[in-house]
Design a protein around this ligand. Structure first.
Ligand code: AP5
Length: 211
């Protein structure tokens, strides 16, 4: 089954996607990861995206939708859309793309997490600069401070996980992404999962929905 995984910044979309990839052999399309890879490789797309991401704003739809179309075309197997769509306009564009590519979405899963928990997850998140493994200074620290357990790379804070940028990302989320809940309720694809539990319990709920 192909799914959309959506929710606020820090809701656990990336964490749950990693588990679904490992245990269910799904593939993830994460627009945030695609932009970060483009920034790392200093591509034109990366240059365009960085100025928006550093401020906690959304990258314009004209850039995002074309990028997702290219990736979707190449994808086979079960897909997790993580971080896309993020606006009603993107959701409508996705519907068109899916129709064109004859791909169906089975569920749009919303991860519900309260504001205070989001703040502590985002301020405490650390990521490996080399392989992207995600840590948290309290709930999931790396064994050696600032060194990745998986690849030995440097573990750092994301630029957009600084407090002032987090505030803007959460505001942007409320204004542009929250309306997607109603959009997917109308399509009948919407399901809500309590994301404010330990990672394994959240995964069990998602797994039950897609089995
Ligand atoms: P993106 O990278 O997609 O960021 P996001 O949506 O803000 O989501 P995050 O990656 O911050 O959080 P997450 O839900 O994946 O949480 P995670 O699992 O890491 O986008 C970044 C930027 O790119 C955007 O701001 C925008 O500028 C641009 N962009 C991307 N897509 C776009 C689009 N479609 N249109 C326009 N612009 C776009 O977990 C967070 C922390 O919590 C971790 O430390 C983790 O260990 C911890 N944690 C996770 N689950 C749990 C749990 N159950 N209990 C306790 N801790 C947990």
């Amino acid at each position: 089954m192909n799914i959309i995984l959506f929710g606020a910044p820090g809701a656990g979309k990336g964490t749950q996607s990693s588990i679904l990839i490992e245990r269910k052999k799904m593939s993830q399309i994460s627009t945030g990861d695609l932009f970060r890879a483009a920034i790392k490789n200093k591509t034109e797309l990366g240059l365009q995206a960085q100025s928006y991401m550093d401020k906690g704003e959304l990258v314009p739809d004209s850039i995002v939708i074309g990028m997702v179309e290219e990736v979707l075309k190449k994808n086979t197997g079960s897909i997790i859309l993580d971080g896309f769509p993020r606006t009603v306009n993107q959701a409508e564009a996705l519907d068109g793309l899916l129709k064109k590519l004859q791909v169906k979405i089975g569920k749009a899963i919303f991860l519900e997490v309260p504001y205070q928990a989001l703040l502590s997850r985002l301020t405490g998140r650390r990521v490996c600069k080399s392989c992207g493994t995600v840590y948290h200074i309290e709930s999931k620290p790396s064994a050696k401070a600032d060194i990745c357990d998986s690849c030995g790379g440097d573990v750092v804070q994301r630029n957009d996980d600084k407090e002032d940028v987090i505030a803007n990302r959460l505001k942007t989320y409320e204004e542009f992404t929250m309306p997607l809940k109603n959009y997917y309720k109308k399509t009948g694809l919407y399901v809500e999962v309590d994301g404010n539990r330990d990672t394994e319990n959240v995964y069990m709920s998602i797994s039950a929905l897609i089995s």
